[in-house]
Design a protein around this ligand. Structure first.
Ligand code: ADP
Length: 158
């Protein structure tokens, strides 16, 4: 059994994240979407709201679970019997931070490997930050996030 943890802020979950998870379910036995509290980033949605949104998206996937976390990622990964940390790469600009993060996590836990999946090209430009920005300015976000997420963003932004 190879279990993977896919950590992120998911504020909110987008079709880019969803595509990555769907592809990962074909490679790993179980995928745990790990929703970081990321309080330093001052997220639009609370951790519980982000967990609920992601859970609804993956409710039909028996090998995907969604869990919030606020502790060290490698500890969370071990606690979930996972040996892989999964991350997505969109552009070269993602690389430097991801490289640093993977190096730090390998240092902390040499038995855990970080594995990257590259974005599907139609989602290469897609980020939660941009989705919120477009929504704030009244733009159409139907191509970027599921319907339920749109409703929640609208409610949040009033
Ligand atoms: P974080 O705050 O940890 O970057 P995000 O929720 O922004 O959390 O992203 C979680 C992971 O998903 C990161 O590895 C990020 O590169 C990846 N990701 C985000 N958007 C996309 C996308 N459109 N395509 C592929 N991967 C993505």
């Amino acid at each position: 059994m190879v279990n993977a943890v896919y950590p992120g802020t998911f504020d909110p979950i987008t079709y880019g994240h969803i595509d990555l998870v769907k592809r990962a379910t074909k490679i790993f036995d179980n995928v745990v979407v790990a929703v970081a509290s990321s309080s330093g980033k001052q997220p639009l949605f609370t951790m519980q709201e982000r967990v609920t949104l992601a859970r609804n998206v993956f409710s039909d996937y028996s090998n995907v679970s969604v869990v919030g976390f606020d502790n060290l990622l490698v500890d969370f990964t071990k606690d979930h019997n996972a040996s892989v940390i999964l991350r997505g790469l969109r552009a070269v600009s993602d690389f430097e931070y991801e490289f640093q993060l993977a190096g730090m996590n390998r240092n902390l836990a040499p038995d855990i490997e970080t594995i990257f999946l590259t974005t599907a090209e139609q989602y290469a430009y897609l980020s939660s930050t941009l989705v919120k920005e477009v929504a704030r300015l009244g733009g159409n976000i139907t191509k970027f996030v599921p319907e339920q997420v749109i409703a929640e963003i609208k409610q949040k932004l009033g």
